[in-house]
Design a protein around this ligand. Structure first.
Ligand SMILES: Cc1cc2nc3c(=O)[nH]c(=O)nc-3n(C[C@H](O)[C@H](O)[C@H](O)COP(=O)(O)OP(=O)(O)OC[C@H]3O[C@@H](n4cnc5c(N)ncnc54)[C@H](O)[C@@H]3O)c2cc1C
Length: 399
């Protein structure tokens, strides 16, 4: 059955206007394609605060999208590592403004069926297009490997004992969150947002099913208290809970093209996806323009090898204790810059990534901990861990 057609005949239909879908729709329109974009709330500002390495952003993106820049973010293990690579927090409004959709047809609606050349909306109308990109994001993780975070927005003056303007804590593994060495690990991420606030976000990566918000909040409050930072208790917050282990799509013409977090572009270890997806938008669209398979263009074997190795990485990460995580990150952050990049961001630098992983495992001490990293021992260490009920009222850790 054929429904009422909206949007006219399109070259490209983009289903989902998160950051990756909006970037696709924007660049397709800039390339002169007829674009229809579908989202139930196309004008909504995105919820999460997105960050990335500055050098990951594509050249075409207006740098007005950057809200805050950190020249040398810090990683704390047993020692302080200053990473000589500029990092940035993106402005929600700035990123949106940098991806205008004036030349695309934007349809407000929820897709019910997404097919290779046809998208049916919940109201029964449909869009037809030569190519359909699926950028609807990901489903809830269930018991999969998960990124969980609880972020508290604190004003700059209050945050100053831990994070000053222009500085940022990428991974803070100092033993200040109140969790013992035999509890599932988490670290603090804290960066200035460029609007007078700093986000303090306790984060766990790779645990199956993730870590509950109340536990992450308790740990964040403990860390702040360790630095004499008092919260009022009514500070705004953000929550993250999403899967890290999405598979890469199979190549093959004549199918819907999954893109962004929907299309395997979620980095299995860092939980980042925005900058890499933005950087890959033109690769996908160039393939469309020359009649090639975008999935093949996006995912050559080198990129698939990188994804495969990162998946091994997240499996390893999810079974480590806090002391093991510290030792492993200590080993990793002494690798040369190219190897660090290969793990943290590069899409297809498989030789450097292979070396980085091998050397990280080989230089993690004591020796027996390597068995956990590669999964010979303690494979399911934190599975079904009982976090109990919330233990502390909002701000009592520092009262
Ligand atoms: C708190 C938090 C912090 C994060 N920090 C970072 C970070 O610093 N850096 C980073 O790279 N990533 C970060 N992430 C991960 C981030 O969420 C993803 O990288 C990013 O949102 C993926 O973008 P996307 O466009 O693929 O999907 P989404 O952002 O999930 O967008 C999906 C879009 O599809 C639309 N949609 C859904 N269903 C339908 C439908 N049926 N029909 C039409 N439209 C539909 C939705 O309305 C939405 O607009 C963070 C996540 C959270 C929660």
């Amino acid at each position: 059955m054929s429904g009422r057609e909206v949007g006219g005949a399109a070259d490209v239909c983009v289903v989902g206007l998160g950051p990756t879908g909006r970037a696709l729709a924007h660049r397709a329109a800039v390339a002169g394609m007829r674009v229809v974009a579908v989202d139930p709330r196309p004008d909504r500002l995105w919820g999460p605060t997105y960050s990335c390495w500055v050098d990951e952003l594509p050249k075409w993106l207006d740098h007005g999208a950057i809200a805050s820049r950190i020249e040398a973010p810090v990683v704390w293990t047993d020692a302080e590592h200053r990473i000589q690579r500029p990092y940035c927090v993106l402005s929600k409004q700035g990123l949106r403004d940098a991806l205008p959709l004036d030349d695309a047809r934007v349809v407000t609606g929820r897709a019910r069926t997404v097919e290779a050349h046809r998208v049916e909306l919940a109201d029964g109308s449909e869009v037809r297009a030569a190519t359909v990109f699926d950028t609807r994001g990901q489903a809830a993780p269930g018991s999969r490997r998960t990124a969980s975070a609880h972020g508290i927005f604190v004003d700059e003056d209050t945050a100053a004992p831990m994070v000053r303007p222009g500085e940022g804590l990428l991974l803070d593994w100092r033993p200040e969150n109140g969790a013992g060495p035999d509890e599932p690990p988490s670290f603090l991420y804290a960066v200035p947002l460029g609007d007078g606030t700093v986000i303090f976000e306790e984060t766990s990566l790779g645990l199956r099913g993730g870590m509950p918000q109340h536990e992450l909040r308790r740990r964040t409050v403990n860390r702040l208290a360790a630095h004499g930072i008092r919260l009022r208790g009514d500070e705004p917050t953000e929550a993250a809970h999403y899967p890290l282990d999405a598979a890469v799509p199979k190549a093959g013409r004549g199918q819907v093209i999954p893109f962004g977090s929907r299309g395997g572009m979620m980095h299995p270890i860092t939980g980042y996806c925005v900058a890499d997806s933005l950087a890959l938008v033109d690769t996908a669209l160039e393939a469309v323009a020359r009649g090639a398979d975008p999935i093949e263009a996006l995912w050559p074997w080198q990129a698939r090898a990188v994804h495969w190795m990162r998946m091994r990485g997240v499996y390893g990460l999810g079974r480590l204790t806090t002391p093991q995580s510290l030792a492993m990150f200590d080993a990793f952050f002494t690798r040369p810059p190219r190897q660090q990049r290969a793990l943290l961001s590069a899409h297809d630098d498989y030789t450097a990534l292979g070396t980085a992983l091998f050397m990280t495992v080989a230089t993690t001490w004591p020796f027996r901990w390597r068995y956990d990293l590669v999964g010979w021992t303690n494979r399911n260490r934190w599975v079904d861990w009982d976090y109990g009920l919330p233990r502390l009222p909002e701000t009592s850790a520092h009262n």
